[in-house]
Design a protein. Sequence first.
Length: 214
Amino acid sequence: MPGSQPFDKYAEQYDDWFEQNHIAYETELKAVKHFLPDSGTGLETGVGTGRFAGPLGIKNGLEPSKSMRAIAKERGIDAVDGRAEKLPYNDGEFDYVLMVTVICFLDDVRIALDEARRVLNDGGIIVIGFIDRESPLGQMYEKHKNENEFYKHAVFYSADEIGHLLEEAGFENLQFVQTIFNNPSEINEIEEIKPGHGQGGFVVVKAEKHVKRL
């Protein structure tokens, strides 16, 4: 895994993608918002430059890249240094945790999901947006990932794999939606959000923290 080095070096280039592909970005925002609660205290793990946390009203962010963290702070995010595998937060501190196109860069997905579950309160939810490896777009990303400074080190997962990892980590009641059915650079209007997965390149899953009952 590359750590934060490419994200530090190319932070402006990363952030510019959202301007160049603003309709795809708005589509992804819409899909993520579909599952986010209307209230509560949230955390975005891997907040990047704050492109999702900002418009979604999430004030807390974790980001290992100093350059990206600085941009996120300019967008009003309380972005702190840290990694998903060791969150610097108390048990049960948040109502929801968000990860967007982050899971493919993690050193240990299982530990990161365990940590997300730890900082969620009883009844809290996790929302993960990711590139589905099994989708046509995901297969294209996989084929050309060595040409991209960020994705060359990525490990893409299928929706079924993400679902299994979530259940292993103690999450339940999984729900999936999908979107981005075309190349992001060729999208001319906000695309629809469909239930399930398998066609859309960008998939969002929502899962609830399982709480053992006496």
